[in-house]
Write a protein that binds this ligand. Sequence first.
Ligand code: PBG
Length: 326
Amino acid sequence: MYPNTRLRRLRKNANIRALVSETKLSHTDFIYPIFVVPGQGVCQEISAMPGQFLYSCDQLPAIIKKLDDTGVYSILLFGQTTEKSARGESSYDEVSVVCQAIQYIKKTYPHFTVMTDVCLCSYTDHGHCGPIVEGYVNNDATLDIISQMALSHAKAGADFVAPSGMMDGMVIAIRQKLDAADFTEVGILSYSVKYASGFYGPFREAADSKPQEGDRKSYQMDPANIREALHEAELDVLEGADMLMVKPGMPYLDVIAALNKSFNLPILAYQVSGEYSMIKAASQKGWIDEKVVALESLLAFKRAGATAIITYFALDAAKWLAECNI
Ligand code: PBG
């Protein structure tokens, strides 16, 4: 102890600090979410998410090129439709904007890893993540539809499909559907632990996926629970998930750490829309430094045990890391 031990010796300068740093961030840690919408010439900023846009397919080349130039080669696609319905059938349209986007990206940038969100909330007219039967989102009817949706993405060339509706059995239903069609190499990133969270607000505006009535508490998890999170993750592992996800991110670092301790699969953290908006808004007011806070939050995910991070900051963070010389 003091005076023999002085921990400040290891903090003396940037090089020593870098040498002893326990956690490192890299541009290869990031997955960038992209919102694809029907239409032509659409490149519309999301009001609550400054710097993030809705893109029609013809507007994708510029943003994908930027990602390529910055070394962010992993993306997560979200789609929309002009044909919402009670069951959300347009979600598995083989010429959906998501399928078109996958085809374009994989053809032009084969080294990219393309993941797709598999959920019905942007495709149902009521905004819930599955068809409603007698006032309740029907689990098994949802499985049929999301499996078809996953298959349409696999056919278009997706590398991973990411079911996000928190339906029981979603991973095994999709695995069986993909395998039966010989897509054994397409992986499943499961939104294993997804909480019914207020932090998704800005996303729901962007994805036009707000429930018309009620909330998602009958399928997404109660923020109070962590043992249940381990149970969810355990079932996904048994069902054949390739990667697990915890969402939202920063308020749930304890959940990331718990999953990391208990499972040997990659654990992804999703820094969701509300987390991005808060950092953006406070920094625009001059109350916090955007770059410092964003990088600190991303580092925290890795320290907690996340293998990779889905983040709207992916592009900026990769640029900041490239600039950063000690
Ligand atoms: C679809 C889905 C949501 C998000 C990702 N997939 C919204 C929701 O569950 O309501 C949220 C992502 C974000 O907030 O950035 N079910």
